[in-house]
Design a protein around this ligand. Structure first.
Ligand code: NAP
Length: 489
């Protein structure tokens, strides 16, 4: 069992109280590296979720002023940074990623609160310069209502931070639901909020338990006005269907299938370094990591060698051990998918450059998949069509700009893309035609708190981060004020 000063109460959090499930049922959270049971948490259902929504709704009528919200956001930024080592340890134990990387995620999370505090004035009421119809027009950014924040396991605190920083900035009370695989880091954050902030009861609630009963309760509750979801495209599509009745506003951050394009005129060493950093973060379990690596034919031999040489040096193991670069995959299902993509690619003619079939996994933990590189990949293969979510690097050859664009845009998902070239004019020519809202130009960098990030096509809609992200939980109210005294002269 996990022992942490940040987890004194392994319980859910509703209306400022730590609570159990009404019927006392719990579910286990385990360490993906070794299968050890870390904690048993309450398995809440629709009744308890309804109470969390009621608590959020009750906090709504007295939205805090901007100065109070700024103070909260700054305090959370500080609390996260002050506790990054312990929060990172909890994150590593439940997710598997290396401890240094987990602490990096905590700092990344803190950055969203810092950015929101810094830019909160964007939510000040604004008086229009124009006075149409002889009225004074004021636009008030109001909290959109009680909101729901549903997050995945691959960034247990980063994804919550994107949403919670914006909901607090807007003054919108929230009900957060973490993934059942990784709820402990979020629980630790709630412990810090409970201890160190004077949040009104119900301003932030945490519901733990199975996805369907909680998800359905949040989706069908009319008091929830915005549901912000990060996760798979399949669940996002279910939410779109389920939200129709209520016209509930959704923010959907869904799956990715990022192309990374390398032209022969690129700095190949730099491109290989960037690909390694981008691809192997979280053992390849990120929505923004390169999923299809397109390499201009004349550079293929050299680039494949550079990537394989670098990937071959990476250490796989328990994320709490020294010198580990890649932790385990989250579970056997994830492992089986990466293995299926590898086997399918090789069966259809791809050539292994690094690694081999690691064989089936007997148990549901210890899914240590080694870095693997294959070349000769094409659009008919599963690793091209689906998000692999693991440490498989599939290299596909292309000839010329037109083919690179056609291949890169051959995806139902549209989230991130990367382009490496030594020719600036070429990059400026191609980038507008890449159907991805985030395009790294000679960099494998993903999102940052200061810039908007989100999807298009089946990667969803809405934006998190940047000034755009601060508007996700806001409803504008426009008030034209008439001046009878003026009309009368
Ligand atoms: P998931 O299975 O869709 O689950 C995401 C969250 O939704 C979890 O909290 C899950 O709870 C919950 N959930 C599952 N079914 C639900 C339902 N019917 N109604 C309401 N909630 C439901 O996704 P995942 O496997 O955790 O995450 C991996 C996916 O997230 C990948 O596709 C990745 O690309 C995507 N992702 C996207 C972004 C982005 O910014 N676009 C960022 C990170 C990840 P349980 O865990 O309890 O089942």
């Amino acid at each position: 069992m996990i022992d942490s000063p940040l987890l004194p109460e392994p319980r859910a959090y509703i209306a400022g109280d730590w609570v159990d499930a009404d019927d006392g049922t719990t579910f286990g959270v385990t360490n993906p590296a070794n299968g050890e049971l870390l904690a048993n948490l309450p398995a809440l259902g629709p009744q308890e979720t309804g109470r969390a929504v009621a608590a959020a709704q009750a906090a709504l009528p007295s939205p805090p002023d901007l100065a109070t919200r700024r103070r909260w956001l700054q305090a959370i930024d500080t609390a996260l940074r002050d506790n990054q080592a312990e929060l990172g340890r909890i994150l590593t134990l439940e997710h598997g990623k290396p401890h240094a990387e987990a602490q990096g995620e905590v700092r990344y999370a803190a950055g969203f609160f810092a950015y929101a505090a810094e830019h909160l004035d964007v939510l000040q009421p604004r008086i229009l310069a124009e006075q149409p119809r002889d009225c004074t027009w004021t636009v008030y950014p109001r909290p959109a209502g009680a909101v729901a924040l549903v997050t995945p396991w691959n960034f247990p605190i980063g994804m919550l931070a994107k949403k919670l920083s914006a909901s607090l900035a807007a003054g919108a009370p929230a009900v957060a639901k973490p993934s059942s695989k990784t709820p402990l880091t979020m629980l630790a954050l709630l412990t810090l909020l409970d201890r160190e902030l004077d949040l009104p009861a119900g301003m932030v609630n945490l519901v733990t338990g199975a996805a369907e009963p909680i998800g359905d309760a949040l989706l069908t509750d009319r008091r929830i006005r915005v549901l912000s979801f990060t996760g798979s495209t399949a669940v996002g599509q279910e939410l779109i269907r389920g939200s129709a009745e209520d016209c509930k506003r959704l923010t959907l951050e869904l799956g990715g299938n990022a192309p990374l394009i390398v032209f022969a005129d690129a700095d190949l060493d730099w491109a290989a370094d960037q690909l390694i950093a981008n691809k192997f973060r979280g053992s390849g379990q990120t929505c923004v990591c390169a999923n299809r690596i397109l390499v201009e034919e004349p550079a293929m031999d050299a680039f494949a060698e550079k990537v394989a040489e670098r990937a071959g040096r990476l250490q796989v193991g328990d994320g709490m051990a020294e010198g580990v670069d890649l932790g385990p995959l989250i579970d056997r299902r994830g492992y089986d998918k990466v293995r299926r993509h590898y086997l399918d690619a090789v069966e259809q003619g791809a050539t292994p450059v690094l690694g081999e079939d690691p064989g089936p996994l007997e148990q549901d933990y210890g899914a240590f998949f080694p870095p693997t590189v294959v070349r000769g990949v094409g659009p008919e293969m599963a690793c091209w069509q689906e998000e692999t979510f693991g440490p498989l690097v599939p290299l596909a050859p292309f000839r010329g700009e037109a083919e690179a664009l056609e291949m890169a845009n051959d995806a139902e998902l549209g989230l991130a893309a990367y382009l490496f070239t030594g020719d600036d004019a070429r990059a400026e020519r191609l980038i507008p035609h890449l159907a991805f809202p985030h395009v790294g130009w000679n960099t494998g960098s993903g999102p940052t708190p200061e810039a908007p990030f989100g999807g298009t096509k089946r990667s969803g809609y809405g934006r998190e981060g940047g000034l755009e992200g601060l508007l996700e939980f806001v409803e504008t109210q426009t008030v034209p004020r008439g001046h009878p005294e003026r009309a009368r002269g």
